[in-house]
Design a binder for this molecule. Structure first.
Ligand SMILES: Nc1nc2c(c(=O)[nH]1)N[C@H]1C(S)=C(S)[C@@H](COP(=O)(O)OP(=O)(O)OC[C@H]3O[C@@H](n4cnc5c(=O)[nH]c(N)nc54)[C@H](O)[C@@H]3O)O[C@H]1N2
Ligand SMILES: Nc1nc2c(c(=O)[nH]1)N[C@H]1C(S)=C(S)[C@@H](COP(=O)(O)OP(=O)(O)OC[C@H]3O[C@@H](n4cnc5c(=O)[nH]c(N)nc54)[C@H](O)[C@@H]3O)O[C@H]1N2
Ligand code: SF4
Ligand SMILES: [Mo]
Length: 700
């Protein structure tokens, strides 16, 4: 029996797993003992990775749509040529920006790097990622506040902190292994605190829950900041030595009185004061945020208001502290720095001459071949298709027909495309319904590459199972199209994922994410390695749990962190008499992953998951509207769409709120085409809606 250690490619923990293989089948899966992230534990999704493609596997050859609408299977080379020719024709006819791609945070670093090379460098097309739906807010917040997109924490901080404050984060469901680290915290008197409009599964397991009004976090944080200053609960020494713009911030927050905070957040004076005292009495306070913060109409400023609290109280860089953004997908961190979409490989703006020179020399191409500007954002790509400006789209490892905000806009868009390539491990996903080309690729167990987790840890995906005839990986599919495009010498050095790893490593040299000291071989069967890990300084980086900012130096020109702030904005979609409920959305259960394509194959999960869309409703509202458990309602959104859900009654949601798990396509039918102005991340969690009881027979 062979044992292969590899990485779970669902959530951002990147747990490591040992796969035991016999006759090219996984006989058992054991979470890797001693691995610093998950040390012998993992969740149901990781344990079931070997179920992928066991019940719904597409054929291994690509499919092209014919004029009569049917599909024809063709050899890979023919499909590469078809796609390459079509891309070139579209660009000749409509201009370089008439083709676009949508990438992901779930592929290996090498896969989205080569996609960025073919699409962004060679074709000068726009490529955004599903990371826009997820981490874009944290990226912009980090860049502005710290000077680089560099979350500083290590997971051990959860065990060392005496105040663990989760804001818009539900790790009990979304990051169970991270929650496991919280449970290992032995600091006497430590408190777990949750700020979430919903009494989430995490709130139910916390010491304190603050159920504020939806999207009132920015007001709450400014109110807290003002009170901390008034009470002199701040760390003047740290502020003076390591930050800038505090005096302006201090003046600015004076308007955010306790009374204003109480009115706008719906929390009581006592609750806000209690929270302030909890922060002040903590010696090692850590703040952790996820999608309840990142997805909003003033999300970047909200993330930064959390960073401000950490800075002003000196809770950063020390064990157990930090303003810590929890990443979502397994390789969102990798995609942020190595997909060539918003920044160049390894970071740096597309206009930075020194970075251009460096990247061109590493890749062995002329500077003129490099992308010249950041990509159009996801929403601009979809709008561009709907406006008839973008005619070709290539999506990989993402299912936007389901997951995109106000998803009927995606459904409308794809009907207008002349070329729509979908590259996925399943041809049954919603997004594949309208595709003109389908590229079937192998899942993670049949390929290799590198992942970077939420605490900056590089981790190896290594091939567990042999491939069958005609089975190819994402990397090979992209390389195939690149070759068919005639990229020739521009693909020298990109032959295999391992070659690409070398290139990315060189691109990272002297950047904050420098991993030049890491080798492909050293990552195999390892404990993972956190960046930074520069060549020549391996000795000083031997500790397995490392954090940034311990020296109080940030990545800005002055090496000081910036207080970033702006007046709170009016909610663009406030509740009204006609639309009196907030439509909150998020993860439903530990077993279900996003659009469910993969987790549908896991019997334990399928057996206990509802087969149709459902929504949580407060008991008082249910009584008032004469609705019983499992009755169906039709929910109408301000976006003009409506959809049917069955009702689950619970007082975990407030009277002005409904909560819909995202795992059903109906959910995003109702979400908004509304974005944060800086990150362009969708405001997914706060559409205004109304509902009516359905009189037809219910689900069985
Ligand atoms: N089982 C499972 N795990 C997953 C995933 C999955 O699909 N399934 N997806 C992964 C990915 S990609 C991501 S990004 C993460 C997401 O991880 P999380 O962000 O933790 O998950 P969500 O359920 O989207 O949202 C978290 C909480 O935000 C709250 N919220 C809504 N509005 C507000 C608000 O205005 N203020 C505050 N403070 N809170 C608010 C919601 O009530 C919800 O409880 O999960 C990852 N893990
Ligand atoms: N309303 C609402 N909507 C949301 C959110 C929310 O909180 N509320 N959250 C948003 C967030 S944070 C995220 S991250 C997105 C996620 O949205 P998506 O990225 O669209 O969701 P997934 O289901 O993870 O899609 C991944 C796809 O990749 C395929 N796949 C798996 N492995 C491979 C592989 O190795 N290669 C290839 N090519 N394909 C593979 C799967 O079959 C699946 O179709 O959803 C967003 N949508
Ligand atoms: S916690 Fe995340 S990385 Fe770990 S096994 Fe579960 S889904 Fe995979
Ligand atoms: Mo995400």
């Amino acid at each position: 029996m062979k044992k292969v250690q590899s990485t779970c490619n669902y959530c951002a923990l990147d747990c490591n797993l040992d796969f035991y293989v016999e006759n090219n089948r996984v006989i058992k899966t054991l979470p890797t003992k001693g691995y610093p992230v998950n040390d012998g534990f993992c969740c149901i999704k990781g344990l079931s990775l070997s179920k992928q493609q066991t019940t719904v596997k597409p054929n291994s050859l690509p499919k092209l749509r014919q004029e009569d609408g049917s599909y024809r299977e063709v050899p890979w080379e023919e499909a590469f040529t078809y796609v390459a020719d079509k891309l070139k024709q579209l660009q000749e006819k409509y201009g370089p920006e008439s083709v676009a791609g949508i990438s992901t945070g779930q592929l290996t670093m090498e896969e989205f790097a080569i996609f960025g090379h073919v699409m962004r460098n060679y074709l000068k097309a726009n490529v955004d990622g599903n990371t826009r739906l997820c981490m874009a807010t944290a990226v912009v917040a980090h860049k502005q506040s710290y000077g680089f997109d560099a979350p500083g924490y290590t997971l051990e901080d959860l065990e060392l902190s005496d105040r663990i404050i989760f804001i818009g984060a539900n790790p009990v469901v979304a990051h169970p292994i991270l929650w496991g680290r919280v449970l290992q915290n032995k600091v006497p008197g430590h408190k777990v605190i949750v700020i979430d409009p919903r009494c989430s599964e995490t709130a139910q397991n916390a010491d304190c829950w603050y159920g504020l009004k939806s999207k009132s976090d920015l007001l709450l944080m400014y109110t807290i900041a003002n009170q901390l200053i008034e009470k002199d609960y701040i760390d003047r020494e740290f502020i003076e030595a390591h930050t800038e713009k505090f005096e302006e911030f201090k003046e600015f927050v004076k308007d955010y009185t306790l009374e204003r905070g109480v009115e706008g957040t719906g929390l009581s004076k006592e609750q806000i004061n209690e929270l302030i005292e909890l922060i002040h009495s903590g010696k090692k306070v850590s703040f952790w945020w996820t999608m309840g913060v990142n997805q909003g109409y003033e999300a970047v400023r909200t993330a930064q208001s959390i960073i401000n609290l950490a800075l002003m109280t000196g809770n950063i860089g020390r064990p157990g502290t930090g303003a810590n953004s929890i990443t979502g997908q397994c390789n969102a961190m990798g995609s942020r720095a190595f997909s060539n979409t918003a920044v160049m490989y390894g970071g740096g703006d597309f206009t930075n001459p020194a970075r251009r020179e460096r990247i061109a020399s590493v890749l062995g191409v002329a500077e003129s071949m490099l992308a010249e500007k950041p990509t159009k954002t996801y929403n601009q790509i979809i709008e561009g298709i709907n406006a008839g400006e973008i005619k070709g789209l290539w999506i990989l490892c993402t299912n936007p027909r389901h997951s995109w905000a106000n998803n009927e806009t995606f459904a409308r868009a794809v009907k207008k495309l002349e070329l729509f390539v979908v590259q996925d491990i399943y041809d049954t996903i919603e997004s594949a319904e309208e595709c003109t080309v389908f590229f079937p690729v192998v899942p993670g167990l049949k390929k290799e590459g590198t992942y970077i987790n939420l605490e900056r840890r590089l981790s190896a995906m290594r091939q567990v199972l042999e491939r069958e005839e005609n089975e190819i990986s994402d990397y090979e599919a992209i390389l195939g199209v690149g070759r068919a495009l005639g990229m020739g010498a521009a693909l020298k050095g990109w032959e295999t994922p391992k070659d690409c790893f070398q290139l990315m490593k060189e691109c990272s040299r002297n950047m904050p994410c420098d991993f030049t000291g890491v080798t492909w071989e050293a990552l195999t069967d390892s404990h993972g390695i956190q960046w930074p890990y520069p060549e020549g300084r391996e000795e000083e980086n031997q500790e397995e749990q490392r954090r940034l900012y311990g020296d109080g130096r940030f990545f800005t020109a002055s090496q000081k962190a910036q207080f970033m702030f702006e007046q709170i904005q009016e909610n663009p979609y406030p509740l009204t008499e006609e639309y009196p409920f907030v439509f909150n959305t998020g993860r439903g259960t530990v077993g279900q992953w996003h659009t469910q394509s993969r987790t549908k194959e896991v019997k334990f999960v399928e057996d206990v998951s509802l087969k149709h869309a459902y929504i949580y409703m407060n008991p008082e509202i249910a009584r008032e509207k004469e609705i019983k458990e499992n009755d169906r309602i039709r929910v109408f959104s301000v976006n003009g769409e409506n959809a049917v859900f069955s009702v689950k009654i619970t007082d975990n949601v407030g009277k002005h709120q409904l909560y819909a798990p995202i795992h059903y396509v109906e959910c995003n039918k109702l979400t908004l085409s509304s974005y944060d102005p800086y990150s362009k991340e969708p405001n997914y969690k706060a559409a205004a809606v109304r509902f009516e009881k359905c009189e037809e027979a219910g689900y069985v």
